[in-house]
Design a protein around this ligand. Sequence first.
Ligand code: ATP
Ligand code: MG
Length: 203
Amino acid sequence: MKEENPRRVGIMGGTFDPIHYGHLVAAEAARAAFGLSEVLFVPNRLPPHKKDYPVSDPKHRYLMTVLATITNPFFEVSRIELDREGYSYTIDTLRALSAQFGPAVELYFISGADAIAEILTWKDVDELLGLCYFIAVTRPGYKLSVKLGHLQQKYSHKVFTVEVPALAISSTDIRKRVMEGTPLKYLLPEAVENYIIKNKLYR
Ligand code: ATP
Ligand code: MG
């Protein structure tokens, strides 16, 4: 029998190159809106969709994610994708986490308006929607249209949207700022900014 109030765990996947306040605000908004007991940040090892630029060493992205999440007692960082060889497919991660947490826990995959559009066109979307709920958050510059197509009837109760305070921050913009020497202040946690400087990332 299904529990009345099952534990809900959020999963925030990303490249986090680097992690910034857009990610943190999205995760916190989703956590509060859905009563998630925790949010697992899952840095990917090799994102299949980012073959156009050299993604930073996973070690750096993992440490920056730890630094950024350290002040939130509900946030954790998972190494599940970093420790798995090859490309990081979300479906593999959700299969593994779903087996790990078991049927008593509900998983909520959190993603921005750009990412949800991509995810819901994947070939495994049927299985994906069987493994977890989706929380699509607003992101400036992207229209939040959750198109389930033929899956609409079957899965509309599994995909939710959340409005977050608009933060037009992106890792791409932050990397560009480092290259150009323009300020990073107030776009990402200070510890992450210091980590970038110390390790001479994005130069
Ligand atoms: P890049 O510019 O390198 O693609 P990014 O800023 O998009 O980096 P990702 O690591 O690609 O960051 O994103 C991880 C997840 O966070 C995705 O689901 C993305 O939609 C979401 N996200 C990123 N930035 C924001 C933001 N400012 N507001 C809401 N969601 C965001
Ligand atoms: Mg992105």
